[in-house]
Structure formats: C-alpha cells, structure tokens
Design a protein around this ligand. Structure first.
Ligand code: BG6
Length: 520
C-alpha cells in the first residue's frame, strides 16, 4: 500500500450550500426517486449542503395526498438511505416535500402543478429558481418539456434559474436522440438542459481527471509510446431484475456501453483541458467520441461481440436464463453482453486498441479501467532465470473497490536473479474514509449550482450514438443464432475471448481484492 501523506479527510473539499430553489420531480412515485434521489438529497442534507430555502415537489401519475407521499418517502428513506438516518435530518427533508398527481400529457395537470409549486415557493421562500427532474420513462421527456413551455414554466424569471434534468436513455439511436434534442431546444436553451449519466457522479470517475491532471508523473507516459492497450470493464452480477420490458428494447450496447463505458473512455483518453470550466472539459470529452474510428460492416463482424446469458450459477445460487426472465420473450435476441474493440484516431492514441466490455450476470460486479503498458524494451536479464518480463498494468478501480493499483516486477530476494510481480495499491477508504453515496449527490448539487461539467451536451450524446450506429445496424440485420451463448456466472461468450486473443492479448480476470492481499 502506498504511504499516505494526507490524513483521512484532510483533502475533503469545503463546498458552499446550494442556492435556494424548488426541485420538482416528475415520476416521483417511481423507483429512481425512492432508491436514488431522496437518499441522495438526504446525504446532501447530512453534508450541510442544502439551503434552508428549499422545497421539493413530487409530480406523479398515482393519486395521493402530500401527507401520504411524505409517509412513503419516510419509509423509503429508511430502506434506501446509504447512511444511518438521523430522525431530525429526515424531518428537515421530509417536511419540505409536497405532492401533486397528474397526467404528464394533460395541460390542466400543469396548471395544478404550477399552483402547488408556487405555494411551496412561498412557504419555503425559495424565490423562483426551479430544477425540473424528469425521472419518468423516456417517452414522456419531449411531452413534459413541451408542456413546461406552453405553461410558461420553463422561461427563466430575472435572477432565477429554470433547469431541466433529463435521465438516460437519451434517445434510442442517433436519429431519435437528434429529434429529442430538437424538440427540447424548441423550449429550452442548451444551458438549461442537464442530460444526466450517473456514472459521472461517481467519485472514482471524477478521480480519473484528478489522477491524470493533478499529478505530473503520469501524463508523460499516457500515450501510444508507452501504452500497449486499455481495457474497460463494466461487469454486473445481477441480471435484468424487474426491468425486462425496458431491457428487451435496449440491450447492453444501448443500456451501458454507449453511455457509461464511452464516458469512462472519454475521461481516460481525453487531452488535458485548459481549465476546469464546464464547456472546456466537455469539449475535450466530445473530441474523443468524435475521434472514434468509424466501423465498417466488416469491422463490426470482427470487432464487436454480443452475448446473452443462459442459466448458470452466481455466488452458489442458480440463476435463470435471460429468456426466462419476467417480461422477456422466450426467443429474445437482445444482447445482455457487448464487447467492442475501438480505436481513437488522434496523435496520442494512434494504434492503441481500447477493448470495452459490459455484461449482466457476470461472476462479480466490477467496473475498472486497466491501462496495460508496453514491455520494457530490452531484455537485460537474458542469462538469468528470468524468462519474460511482465508488462506494467495500472488499474483505476471504479467500483465496488475504489482506488488505483499498479503492477510491476521486483527482484525476489535471494542469490539468483528472479522476478516476482508485486503491486502498489491506493484505496480510497484508507485515506478518505468511506461514506457510501448513491452517485446522484454531486449531480444534484452541481445542477443547483449551475455547473454542467458532469452532464452531457447534445453533441456528446449525438457523437456517442453515431459511434455505435454501425454496430446497431449490423446487429439489427443479422439475427444472432447462437443465443444464449454464455452461462450466467461466466465472463461472457467465447467470441469475446477470441476478439482480444487474436491480437495476442487477454482480458483481465478481475478478482475481489481481499484486504491486505490485493489483486491488481
Ligand atoms: C444503468 C443501467 O444506467 O446503469 C442498468 O440502465 C445498470 O442496467 C446500471 O444496471 C449500472 O449502474 P451502477 O451504478 O450500478 O454500475
């Protein structure tokens, strides 16, 4: 383990309270609100980051009173909070919540909503700033924004903001994403739109920038001269759970690879921005997506792999096949695994392949970026017992372990020259303690602050759809005949191994990092 100079918590950033505002949650009775948004707001309360002048208005399709909604939120908070619920802090939050039921497509509902918001604004003295959070199914996004426009709820009053947070998936392909962008921009200015990708709210994802750009020693070797290839893995041990009907039309490529994995790729590959300003950082991220080499049909056949899990065993438990999941067709051709080999056509990364993979029902949950360096250029130890030199691997562990590790060779003590592979490990919790977060805290806070660095601009969304369009097209045309092609509890289909082995490389097998004896 690396030696700490910082004391735990020493580098904790001191943030100001967010400005007065009303958060209006569309789809307030859904899963996202109870599992993520309310627990995240609670964590912000506990961190002293929310102003006294705050109101939260839930808007949903289920009829209920504000009192009933508050009761549900209180129960859900007990269930989903990521920290122990202090009753006083919970009261502080819950008493600021009100609710109104309505139909997202009906103008009269927006009139009722407006009067509920105005009442809350007066009671809580929030001024006129509002954050509309669209936590609804995607087909409602455009309608809601149109209605906000018609009801004059979107225009920013002098000195106050009106911002709209839009959940993923943003579109289903390039065409639908462009259309959605067009529709919402009829009502909103780009600076009012916050397209969310919850991966960008993860501390360890943001740490990629700190790691690369706050330390002088990594950037000089962060390029094609020293790096052989990069592997990015987002593996989940869960299946589709109760989201079968959504997932059937999405699949792993749309659900995770096109957004979360591409964002990890952008952070790890981008050029150093000239400042931390939102648009400057987003300019650099989008350049990476635009530099992705377009794939021909032949490239797709060779460099894109899809899979679907059959039944299997995970953690000693039998798991049913994807086709046997609720709301999934018994003949489904939806992929639950996707792997791609991509190239970034710029000076820094020419000829460096990036291998990307994501899948459901893998042996364990792990998200990591492994940077594989080139072997040492000269075999100095020829007349010794050393047969081969292992390349160095630097791993950015995103979740559930959070940290950075470096694998390198060292001499095994003794009279002969023999090498053993060792590793240096940094773990977040060793230095900064750990307070589990939902990932939405920073995003909600940033949005209230008006900092859009961690949100997608329309060009980011469109560039990432553009990059996967050839794959979507080929996969749509060619029906997969070998599904299911990997058992639940394995690391994916054999074709994915072939994809990387053809280049003389291997996927890493991430293993749990047992305390004090960690794998790199
Ligand atoms: C979501 C996907 O965006 O990300 C889910 O829709 C996936 O299918 C989830 O499970 C993974 O997020 P996390 O934070 O658990 O890695």
């Amino acid at each position: 383990m690396a030696t700490a100079e910082a004391k735990p918590g020493a580098a904790e950033s001191k943030a100001e309270k967010a400005p007065p505002s009303t958060i209006v949650i569309f789809g307030a009775t859904g899963d996202l609100t109870k599992r993520k948004l309310v627990p995240a707001l609670f964590n912000l309360v506990a961190g002293g980051l929310l102003p006294d002048e705050l109101a939260i208005v839930g808007f949903g399709r289920t009829e209920m009173s504000s009192e009933q909604f508050r009761d549900h939120m209180r129960e859900d908070l007990e269930r989903f909070a990521t920290r122990k619920v202090d009753p006083q802090l919970a009261d502080w939050l819950i008493e600021r919540i009100s609710y109104t039921a309505g139909n997202f497509k009906d103008s009269a509902s927006y009139e009722r909503l407006e009067s509920t918001i105005q009442k809350a604004e007066q009671e809580r003295r929030t001024g006129g700033s509002r954050l509309y959070y669209l936590a609804t199914p995607p087909p409602f996004f455009a309608d809601i924004v149109q209605h906000l426009g018609e009801a004059k709820m979107a225009a920013e009053p002098e000195g106050h903001f009106r911002r709209v947070v839009i959940e993923k998936p943003f579109g289903h392909d390039l065409e639908s994403a462009e259309e959605l962008n067009r529709q919402i921009r009829e009502v909103l200015q780009e600076k009012q739109i916050y397209r969310i990708d919850h991966y960008l709210g993860k501390e360890t994802v943001q740490n990629i920038m700190a790691f690369r750009f706050a330390n002088g020693i990594f950037e000089p070797i962060w390029n094609r001269r020293y790096i052989d290839h990069v592997q990015i893995t987002v593996a989940e041990s869960v299946g589709v759970e109760d989201r079968g009907s959504y997932y059937e039309n999405a699949g792993a490529l749309r659900d995770v690879l096109q957004n979360h994995v591409f964002q990890l790729l952008a952070f790890v590959a981008m050029e150093p921005p000239i400042s931390f300003a939102a648009d400057i950082v987003r300019d650099e991220r989008v350049k990476i997506l635009k530099a992705l080499r377009p794939m021909s049909n032949e490239d797709v056949l060779r460099e894109a792999v899809r899979g679907q899990y059959g039944e299997g065993v995970i953690d000693g438990e039998r798991v049913r096949a994807y086709r046997a999941e609720t709301d999934v067709s018994p003949h489904s051709t939806t992929e639950t695994y996707a792997a791609l080999k991509v190239h970034i056509d710029n000076w820094r990364w020419a000829d460096v392949p990036f291998y990307l993979r994501t899948g459901k029902c893998m042996p364990r949950r792990v998200t990591e970026i492994a940077v594989h360096f080139k072997r040492a250029p000269h075999m100095l130890f020829r007349d010794t017992t050393v047969e081969a030199l292992n390349p160095n691997v630097l791993v950015l562990h995103i979740q559930p372990d959070e940290g950075v590790s470096l694998r390198f060779d060292a001499k095994i003590p003794g009279p002969k020259m023999a090498l053993g592979t060792v590793k240096m490990d940094f773990e977040y919790e060793d230095y900064f303690g750990s307070t589990p977060q939902t990932g939405y805290e920073t995003l909600l806070y940033d949005c209230m602050e008006g900092d859009s660095t961690l949100f997608h601009r329309s060009d980011v969304v469109e560039a990432s759809w553009e990059a996967v369009t050839p794959v979507l097209d080929v996969w749509k045309t060619l029906v997969p005949r070998n599904f299911p092609n990997y058992p639940a509890g394995s690391w994916g289909p054999k074709e994915a191994d072939d994809l990387i082995q053809r280049d003389g490389r291997q996927w890493r097998t991430p293993r749990p990092r047992p305390k004090k004896e960690k794998d790199c």
